[in-house]
Design a protein around this ligand. Structure first.
Ligand SMILES: C[S@@+](CC[C@H](N)C(=O)[O-])C[C@H]1O[C@@H](n2cnc3c(N)ncnc32)[C@H](O)[C@@H]1O
Length: 389
């Protein structure tokens, strides 16, 4: 039988997470571990603890650090409530000055409403199998919203198979999840898969495949036909990819370790190569507010250099006529547009290929797309595409 944790222990658990979180141990990882080991927490209590921890980091720029952590958390929750009720009371200047570190305002070409969006709670996005968004929303029932149906009412644009989940059930236990009918995947990441636009029968390389979020999407778009090489330098991530692929009935992939160096793990030439590169993650600051205070401009510079190297190393594997896609969940200029510009300069055999934003279809197609949270409703991402001449 579940042991019940008294309500008054919840603030202590919140304070414990905050005390243990650091640059080396991000708050979301500490939180997961704390919830797992605390014992006896109900789902509602876990949600309450998570909400308090994230509110603390989201509103940290407003807090008096001399106060006890519990008082700061109370104040952060109060600010979150006030912001949800009347966002217009917070000026853009105030938000930019307090919501993110000063270096970010210089590095990120911040759009006016970005700071307001990252102060609100993020949406949980699901990706249904190709063409199944509406059906899946009906099957999941209460709390599942087919984004396209909702957007049609307001005249906005979104992706066909994206769902918002506002329900309270444990999604990992749903039979539809066990049957591979959906993945939990941010909508901007879903956009990257669609922008790759792989065709059934083609050969693709997902060079930084990680746990396979985009590999699975590419496979679904290819109707499981053709082949995807999925590589990463972290073996444990590829192990997770294999588990997820089994559940999603994805068979047309081959997982391989690759350290990102010049020596490629295959001789194949590809119709498409996706480099979903390691990055500073500034685009995830709504979902992951602790990272606002642990990421540094040095991280941005170092990761930009890694991204440049990865692009240069995969380039020879793209077939003439094939496409190279570079995506990152950051909006920092040194990583995104500067890396794309450097690649174009050093690789004249690759021509930038224009893309239309799925969220702003009336904007002119561009070879560099900034997917801002205020347009997509998800993480901020940057995507650049080239075609090999
Ligand atoms: C943004 S994550 C990929 C996320 C994944 N594509 C998805 O959609 O789930 C970046 C990945 O790059 C991998 N990585 C980091 N440095 C690398 C390197 N030098 N060479 C190859 N992979 C690297 C990391 O292990 C991580 O899995």
């Amino acid at each position: 039988m579940k042991q019940h944790t008294p309500q008054h222990h919840l603030p202590a658990l919140v304070a414990r997470v905050i005390a243990a979180a650091s640059r080396a141990k991000p708050a979301d990882a500490v939180l997961r571990e704390t919830l797992r080991t605390a014992g006896g927490l109900t789902a509602a209590e876990s949600r309450e603890i998570s909400r308090a921890v994230f509110a603390y980091y989201r509103w940290l720029g407003w807090l008096d650090r001399k106060l006890a952590v519990a008082e700061q958390v109370e104040r952060a929750l109060e600010l979150a409530r006030r912001f949800a009720d009347a966002p217009e009371r917070f000026s853009e200047g105030e938000l930019l000055a307090r919501a993110v570190p000063a270096w970010a305002v210089v590095e990120l070409n911040v759009a006016p409403d970005w700071a307001a969006v990252i102060q609100s709670e993020p949406v949980l996005w699901l990706r249904a199998r190709r063409g199944q968004g509406g059906k899946l929303a009906k099957k999941l029932g209460d709390g599942a919203i087919h984004a396209q149906a909702a957007a049609a009412e307001t005249g906005e644009f979104t992706l066909p198979d994206a769902l918002i989940y506002e329900g309270e059930e444990d999604l990992f236990r749903k039979k539809e999840f066990q049957a591979g009918e959906f993945e939990i995947q941010d909508i901007a990441s879903q956009a990257v898969g669609l922008l790759c636009d792989p065709k059934p029968g083609e050969t693709w390389w997902d060079a930084c495949a990680g746990e396979g979020g985009k590999t699975l999407h590419l496979s679904d778009l290819m109707q499981n036909k053709g082949q995807i090489w999925a590589s990463d330098r972290a073996e444990w991530r590829l192990k997770k990819l294999k588990l997820r692929a089994g559940r999603a009935n994805c068979f047309n992939y081959r997982a391989v370790l690759w350290d990102g160096g010049e020596r490629l793990p295959m001789r194949t030439k590809f119709d498409g190569v996706l480099v979903d590169a390691p990055c500073s993650g500034t685009g995830t600051w709504q979902r992951n507010p602790h990272a606002r205070w642990t990421t540094t401009p040095e991280d941005v510079r170092e990761l930009a250099a890694v991204q440049e190297r990865l692009l240069a190393n995969v380039a020879p594997a793209v077939k003439p006529g094939g496409r190279l896609i570079y995506s990152v969940c950051t909006l920092a200029r040194s990583e995104t547009s500067a890396v794309a510009k450097a690649f174009s300069k050093s690789h004249p055999e690759f021509a930038p290929a224009p893309l239309a934003s799925p969220f702003l279809p009336s904007a002119s197609p561009s070879p560099q797309l900034w997917l801002w949270p205020q347009d997509s409703g998800g993480n901020g991402m940057f995507v650049a595409v080239w075609r090999r001449l």
